[in-house]
Design a protein around this ligand. Structure first.
Ligand SMILES: NC(=O)C1=CN([C@@H]2O[C@H](COP(=O)(O)OP(=O)(O)OC[C@H]3O[C@@H](n4cnc5c(N)ncnc54)[C@H](OP(=O)(O)O)[C@@H]3O)[C@@H](O)[C@H]2O)[C@@H](O)CC1
Ligand SMILES: [K+]
Length: 512
């Protein structure tokens, strides 16, 4: 998996490289500027063909320093470049000062209030105002510029953001301040590795295309780093050539009563598709006929109460459970959730099971490390109201509290894996290990926003746990497969289609 970093982690990596004598800050800044110019010409080849007009906005820190490098390099390409500085040049940090002076030998530096902002005034706007050092909401002349640019609604002029669009918090992907004022870029060029904020919240809708430029820093993996889930790096999902159905696990999915069995059937289908050897739907008596008419490879067993459930769970071959989709919120259902948690087996709790846990204070203490909770934002707020509140409160200073922070805090409190759904799905273990399954940028899967989609995801994770995968890798693989199936199917997809795509997606990543 590829790591994505907070601002502090990025600064630490830079610091270690500079302290070791491997590279100087000035060299890194030069490489960063070159990375941006190269990416601009790659993204818009027409801009490299003739000389053009660029407006470069430089902030008071090293992001501004990158801006001066970019201005110099575009000028060397024969461009007409105008540079605008926010603040006092005498207060720039050392490397930015060096590049400010290098630029001054080539051209003027004007104040930000005078910066052009309309389409006809430049071919390329370079946002080098703030990067990983953004500490508060935009204000003053910068805010005016950002608002004027947004109001212009033009497509003629292109905007490239250096490292991250100004106004966006690089740790959380949230816009600082009560408003939504942030530079809207068509291209964002970050350095060494992407930052967490590129993927969370509005990060991906603000950045345009995201390019990561190599600036020659060596990776230094750390336990606390957040990973991006990638299909090519999932644990092996192939079946053994010598296995039989029981060696691939037996998943039990509990269904609700008559007329609300669809969700559990979707989950059961998902569990079977991802390779569980057997999948059984646990069904109340009243729903037997309805379910029997709808299933083939999925099996069925009548489970009306805790006694019948316990009998089923006495079979040691049942290797994972899914409870919640369409399950119901009555006292029998609550007793069954309690009985399941007492067994300490691999369990996915989704939908109604999450509501039951939220309603009963003793339940959260019964969760254990083999559980996966799969809340969407509403369910998350019911389970962890104080954490959700911290995440909703408009951030006034950076780095802001992020969905990564919230999911880690929730997993630590619950003592189990939490998969917090969304286009920016975050998965965290109680020990703080964390990854993001980002269905954004080229992996966007907007058709996942459809009824029953979450039930299929719960089934995927259950099926993978039934096969013996631990809670966190199962949650990660399930989330990735879910989004990838939807991406491959594309527009028009409904929940029933998701699991149907599993064979194609498996083939594409070499599963056999
Ligand atoms: N790390 C690396 O390896 C590399 C990093 N590189 C580059 O450095 C960038 C990070 O530089 P950075 O740390 O100087 O922070 P940056 O984003 O320029 O801003 C800090 C300044 O802004 C100010 N300020 C903050 N918010 C404000 C607001 N709302 N309104 C007004 N002012 C505000 C803040 O003031 P203060 O809060 O301290 O008063 C401070 O003066 C990084 O994004 C990348 O582009 C590359 O060169 C290559 C290698
Ligand atoms: K920027």
């Amino acid at each position: 998996m590829t790591e994505i970093l907070t601002a502090a982690q990025m600064r630490a990596i830079e610091h270690i490289a500079i302290e070791s004598g491997e590279v100087t800050g000035l060299e890194l800044m030069e490489r960063a500027g070159k990375g941006v110019v190269d990416a601009v010409f790659m993204q818009w080849p027409e801009l490299s063909e003739t000389s053009r007009r660029a407006v470069v906005l430089c902030g008071p820190g090293n992001n501004g320093g990158d801006g001066f490098v970019i201005a110099r390099m575009l000028k060397a390409h024969g461009w007409d470049v105008r540079v605008y500085l926010l603040g006092d040049a005498s207060k720039l940090p050392p490397d930015a000062t060096t590049n400010f002076l290098r630029w001054q030998a080539l051209g003027d530096v004007e104040t930000i209030g005078d910066a052009p902002r309309l389409a006809g005034e430049a071919d390329l706007y370079v946002d080098a105002l703030f990067g990983t050092g953004l500490g508060r909401a935009l204000d003053g002349a910068v805010l005016d510029w950002v608002r004027d640019r947004a109001a212009a609604k033009d497509v003629g002029a292109k905007t490239v953001a250096v490292d991250i669009p100004s106004g966006l918090c690089s740790d959380s992907g949230r816009v600082l301040g009560a408003g939504a004022d942030v530079v809207s870029a068509q291209l964002t060029v970050s350095f060494h590795t992407a930052k967490i904020g590129h993927y969370l919240n509005v990060g991906s809708t603000t950045c345009g295309t995201l390019v990561v430029a190599d600036i020659g820093l060596t990776s230094q993996s750390h336990d606390g780093f957040v990973d991006i889930v990638e299909g090519a790096r999932l644990p092996s999902l192939s079946k053994s050539d010598h296995g039989h159905k029981f060696s691939n696990g037996h998943a039990l999915v509990l269904s609700g009563g008559a007329n609300r069995t669809g969700a559990a059937r979707l989950a059961a289908g998902g569990a079977l598709r991802v390779g569980a050897g057997l999948v059984t739907l646990g069904v109340p008596h009243e729903a037997r006929a309805e379910i029997a008419a709808q299933i083939t490879a999925v099996m069925m067993r009548e489970i009306d109460d805790v006694v019948a459930l316990d009998q089923m769970l006495d079979d040691p071959r049942v290797s994972a459970l899914c409870v919640g989709p369409g399950f119901g919120l009555g006292s029998t259902q609550a007793d069954m959730v309690r009985a399941i948690l007492a067994r300490k087996c691999a369990t996915v709790l989704d939908a109604d099971a999450l509501t039951l846990v939220a309603q009963m204070p003793d339940m959260i203490e019964r969760l254990h490390e083999r559980c996966v909770l799969t809340p969407h934002a509403g369910e998350f707020a019911r389970l962890f109201p104080d954490i959700a509140l911290a995440l909703e409160r408009a951030p006034t200073s950076g780095p802001a509290y992020s969905k990564v922070d919230a999911t880690r805090d929730a997993a630590a409190r619950a003592g189990c894996v939490v998969l917090f759904k969304g286009p920016d799905t975050v998965i965290a273990s109680p020990e703080g290990q964390c990854s993001v399954n980002a269905a954004v940028y080229a992996s966007a899967a907007p058709w996942l926003a459809t009824a029953g989609s979450g039930d299929v995801l719960a089934g995927f994770v259950t099926g993978l746990m039934a096969r013996g995968h631990a809670a966190k890798p199962a949650a990660e693989a399930g989330a990735w497969l879910h989004a990838e199936c939807a991406r491959v199917f594309g527009p028009g997809m409904i929940a029933e289609d998701i699991a149907e795509q599993v064979p194609a997606v498996f083939r594409a990543i070499g599963v056999r």
